[in-house]
Each structure stands twice: as structure tokens, then as C-alpha cells.
Design a protein around this ligand. Structure first.
Ligand code: C6P
Length: 417
């Protein structure tokens, strides 16, 4: 394992104070903090070899191209992709899924086909499929949840049927923390000839993820949740599918030859990367992957599971709140949503903020899930590799102060499950 206090020294922002108090950053599911080597990779690019990729014959351009493609290799290896070309750079998970929906989705989902998502999807993995279903006269099916916040697979064969073309689901839910049974769902999808899209936005940062072992056809992920800058992410597509897919955007870099009336496409992955790409952030994502690989993703997950277990134990002692999501850390990531029906989560979030504790409040871009749970919003703390038990203690202690401050109503309001 690693020494968390040593790790913290690598993140300049964790040394800062907010309102004169040490920052307790527990909003990692929204975006993670960045280690110095990632920030340095950005500076190095702009100070030493800033230039365009795949275009120039000059030294700077070749250096930038090498570093940019090297980063793709690192990311591919990190997620277990057999080939670097099967990873397309995008801005984030949202863009990855939209790219897939507008290319593969439109070309392969036909009238009467079925797309299956789950009740815990982020809007990014729900709304694009609504659009494909509407446009293609296909049917969108939603796998429901148990009251523990896991997928209710008791009737799974009525959701994944011979009409299913795609099963799209999050590996880890951003609103519940639930780790979904990828292998089981993939097996079900395979049995009916459907493809599988994994939303890895919350899992790739937190645990070893290997697309080959998981046998998914597509996986979307965001750099900014795994220590890389904002504005860079990836879409993994199985090579044989990617070779058949039509381009998403058309323009420079993605073409091989262009005539007045037609064009042919460049090799993979350039075929899907029209225009000047986000070079600096891609290279910095390579640095983020180096950092995480040095820590070891097994260790990252172990730390997360231990801290989550600790946080769940401590937070369960607070009578006035409901903790949402499964209580078994084997099927839970470091995401801790909680709720009290008498106190708006924004009030709790603001109270915590005054003590320099950063959490997220709201619907977390999962409105269908909130609706299914009969809630409008929750408060959510989310952990990462640099968080400590002391920070969890601080959260618990200030949360108790908040509940006292907002009064007796808080106590009465605990929902009965
Ligand atoms: N969830 C959260 O606070 P983007 O914004 O494209 O990088 O990621 C979208 C996304 C897709 N799927 C899951 C499971 C996610 O958690 C997210 C982002 C953030 O929960 C911002 S809403």
C-alpha cells in the first residue's frame, strides 16, 4: 500500500485553505484534483514543444506527435485495450457516448430494436439513447433498482431479449456508488447478440478496469475524474466494430483523400479525430495514467474500499440521515450520498462549505433515478486516493453540527426504509 500523507504532497491544491481552514475535498466524483506531474506535463508542452500533431515535418511537431500518441498507448494499456488505435480521444464521457450514439447507434439500431439502460444512469448515458430510440423508432427499456440501490435483475430476461441491440450501463453509479455486475450483464447481452457499452466515468479512476476481461464492446471515460485535466477523455471501441463505424465529424486530419465531391477516410484512430485535437490535455492524461499506475490500481481500489467502509460505519451512526446505495463495500465505490427530507441538501452543502468541506448537492445529473427514489436531490461526499480517515471524521462531525443547527425537524424527518 501507499502512504496517503505522502500522496497528498503531490497535489498542490490540497495544501490550500478555504475560509482560513484546511480544505477537505470530498467532491471527487464530480472531478478529481491534479498531481504536480500532470500540471507539469501541461507546462512542459506549452513551454517546450507546443505545435500541432500529425502535420509538421519540424522537430517540435514530431515531438508533440510522439508524446500525444505515447499518451494514447498509455491510456490503452491502462484500460486493457488490445490496441492503442481502439482508443479515440474525446472531450469527456458525455462526448464519447454521443459520438457512439450518432455513429454506431444511428447505423445499427433499427425500427423495433431495443436499447437497454438502467435506472441509475447519468443523463449522459440516458438522453443520447432516448434520441436514438426516437429517431430510429426503437424502444428504450430501463432496468429498475432494488431498494438497496442495486440493479433488480430478478426479471432481467424480460429486459434483455432477442430484440436488444445495446445494453448501456454505468460500471459505478455516480449517485449511489453501486458497482454493477458487468460480467453478468455482458453475458446476458452476448447470449442475445447485443452489444455492451460501459460508462466507466466513475470506475476507471477508482479500480482496475480491463475492457478485454470485462468483454465490453464500448467504454466511455473522462480524464478529469482520474487526475487528468478537463477537456480530455476517451472512447474505447472493439477494433472490428470501430473499423466499420462511420466518422463522427468531418474535416481536417480525418481524411485520406478529398475530391470536389467526395472523400476517403484516414486510418484509425485519426478517422474519428477531425480537427486539431486537445494535444496538451491528452499528453497530461498520459501523465495522470503514469501516476495512477505507479500507485497501482489495486492499491487505489483497496484504499477506496477501506475508507468507504470506515465512512459508512461512521455515517450510519448519524440517526438523522439516510445513507443511500448498497452498504457492502464489495459492490460499492467511494461515493456516499445522504439525505434528510427536512433539510435541503444545498443547505447541508453550504453549511459544510463554511467549514471548508467540499461536497456536491443536487440531482447529480440522474433525474430519472431521483424520481424513482422519490427524491429531488441528495448531498454526496465522494472519496479518492488522497482522502483520509481524519477528513471523514471532520465530515461526520460538521454534519452533526449542521443537523443540530437546522433543528429537531431533522430528526423527525428520517425516512423509514
Ligand atoms: N458525473 C458527477 O458529479 P463528463 O461530465 O462527460 O465528464 O461525465 C459525465 C458522466 C457520465 N457518467 C457518469 C457515471 C458520471 O458520473 C458522469 C459525471 C459528475 O457525478 C458530473 S455530473
Amino acid at each position: 500500500m501507499f502512504d496517503v500523507n505522502e500522496i497528498r504532497k503531490d497535489f498542490p491544491i490540497l495544501q490550500r485553505e478555504v475560509y482560513g481552514k484546511p480544505l477537505v475535498y470530498l467532491d471527487n466524483a464530480a472531478t478529481s484534483q491534479k498531481p504536480r506531474i500532470v500540471i507539469q506535463a501541461l507546462t512542459d508542452y506549452y513551454e517546450q514543444y507546443n505545435s500541432n500533431v500529425h502535420r509538421g515535418v519540424h522537430a517540435l511537431s514530431m515531438e508533440a506527435t510522439d508524446k500525444y500518441e505515447e499518451a494514447r498507448h498509455k491510456v490503452a494499456k491502462f484500460i486493457g485495450a488490445p490496441k492503442a488505435e481502439s482508443v479515440i480521444w474525446t472531450r469527456n464521457t458525455t462526448e464519447s457516448i454521443n459520438l457512439l450514439a450518432m455513429t454506431w447507434g444511428r447505423d445499427n439500431i433499427l425500427p423495433g430494436d431495443e436499447i437497454v439502460v438502467t435506472q441509475m444512469e447519468h443523463h449522459s448515458n440516458h438522453v443520447p439513447w432516448q434520441k436514438v430510440a426516437q429517431d430510429q423508432q426503437a424502444v428504450l427499456k430501463v432496468i429498475p433498482l432494488t431498494k438497496e440501490g442495486t440493479l433488480d435483475v430478478s426479471d432481467i430476461d424480460s429486459y434483455i431479449t432477442p430484440k436488444t441491440k445495446l445494453v448501456a450501463f454505468c460500471h459505478v453509479s455516480n449517485s449511489l456508488g453501486t458497482i454493477n455486475p458487468v460480467k453478468m450483464l455482458t453475458k446476458k447481452a452476448r447470449a442475445v447478440g447485443a452489444k455492451v457499452l460501459l460508462d466507466g466515468a466513475q470506475s476507471v479512476p477508482q479500480m482496475p478496469v480491463n475492457v478485454k476481461e470485462l468483454d465490453c464492446d464500448f467504454m466511455a471515460f473522462s480524464g478529469h475524474k482520474m487526475m487528468a485535466p478537463t477537456g480530455i477523455g476517451g472512447l474505447y471501441v472493439k477494433m472490428d466494430i470501430l473499423e466499420e463505424m462511420e466518422p463522427f465529424m468531418r474535416g481536417g486530419e480525418m481524411v485520406l483523400e478529398v475530391w470536389n465531391d467526395r472523400a476517403t477516410w484516414n486510418d484509425l484512430p485519426m478517422k474519428f479525430e477531425a480537427g486539431t485535437p486537445n494535444i496538451a490535455d491528452a499528453i497530461a492524461m498520459g501523465a495522470a495514467v503514469d501516476y495512477l499506475s505507479d500507485l497501482g490500481m489495486d492499491n487505489v481500489r483497496k484504499h477506496e474500499a477501506q475508507l468507504t467502509e470506515y465512512a459508512l460505519t461512521e455515517m450510519q451512526k448519524i440517526e438523522e440521515i439516510d445513507l443511500l446505495g448498497p452498504m457492502d463495500v464489495d459492490i460499492r465505490g467511494g461515493i456516499l450520498p445522504f439525505h434528510n427530507s427536512e433539510i435541503h441538501p444545498h443547505d447541508l452543502g453550504t453549511f459544510l462549505d463554511r467549514e471548508a468541506i467540499a461536497i456536491r448537492t443536487g440531482h447529480h445529473c440522474t433525474m430519472p433515478l431521483m424520481r424513482a427514489m422519490g427524491l429531488v436531490a441528495t448531498a454526496r461526499a465522494s472519496l479518492y486516493v488522497y482522502n483520509t480517515e481524519e477528513e471523514v471524521d471532520k465530515l461526520v462531525s460538521v454534519l452533526k453540527d449542521a443537523l443540530r443547527y437546522f433543528g429537531d425537524g431533522a430528526k423527525r424527518a428520517k425516512r423509514t426504509r
